[in-house]
Design a protein around this ligand. Sequence first.
Ligand SMILES: [Zn+2]
Ligand SMILES: [Zn+2]
Length: 314
Amino acid sequence: MLQAEIKSLLKEDISILIKIPNSGKHYLCDCGEASLLTVKEVQSISAIFISHTHIDHFSNFDGIFRHQIGSGEKVVICGPKNIHQQVEARLKSYTWNLIDENAIAYEIREIVSKDEINIYTLRPPHWNLELINTQNFLFEDEYVNVDFTILDHKIDSIAYLFKEKDTVSFNETGSGFKKGKWISELKTAFENNNGDKEIEIEGTVYKAADLFHLLTRNKGYKLGVIMDHAVDKSNYEKIKAVFGAADLVYIETFYKDSDQEFAGINHHSFASASGNIMNECEVKEAIPIHFSRRYTESDQEEIETAFYKAFRKN
Ligand SMILES: [Zn+2]
Ligand SMILES: [Zn+2]
């Protein structure tokens, strides 16, 4: 199951680390100040997902690449229009004469629209952008697929949904057979919908379809991160289309209900609005994040109370 940890303290900007259990692989959502993020965690980040580049979401990007350069790995950075130029500008603002070209490779994925993603590479020491191609999906690796929607925050603000891949498990009790390599053959046949595949167990050949009852498909966990967005109908239609029935969603809730006029002015959300949309999405669990830095702990409690009242309708 995917796990998320908020790495920022109250009065810090926002950064959320997503961990894939037993893989040593992490993803990072936004680069706000993050006192709780360790160097070891930064070095395990294989992809960074930026919602938008207001300074509170991007200021700690330098702190991130500071600890990544030298790893020799490829790191993917996904973000809104012009993210490639903004990453390039940040990297070019330092001197890199002691760094060789294999120290790291950044691959930038610029989200132009739902089905137009431009892929660029950036390599040290000169950090010159190279457009590689354009594709119609954002991100997939061996563990997750990442879906997204482009919200309005007076600029594009990308909300991401991490979808863990479904897994297939073997029901050991009741099978009556000895374990063996046939189990992985059966799982492969199941995943490929190949019921005619012949599976040999202890000298006898079976049709895969006759053994499929020994397997169970486990739905992958769905974890969402919705950063800054205005309270408006078209944002909510987009949120519902992507995040409906997710397992857990973190959602920007910058203001208390009593400050909701500022939410309107600054294209942000407020406590009961964020709780309501999470209720409408029928997500299993939701967590409000990214509170105004002038708020105290008691303001945060007020936000959480109003948020959960709207979310749980009780
Ligand atoms: Zn913003
Ligand atoms: Zn923000």
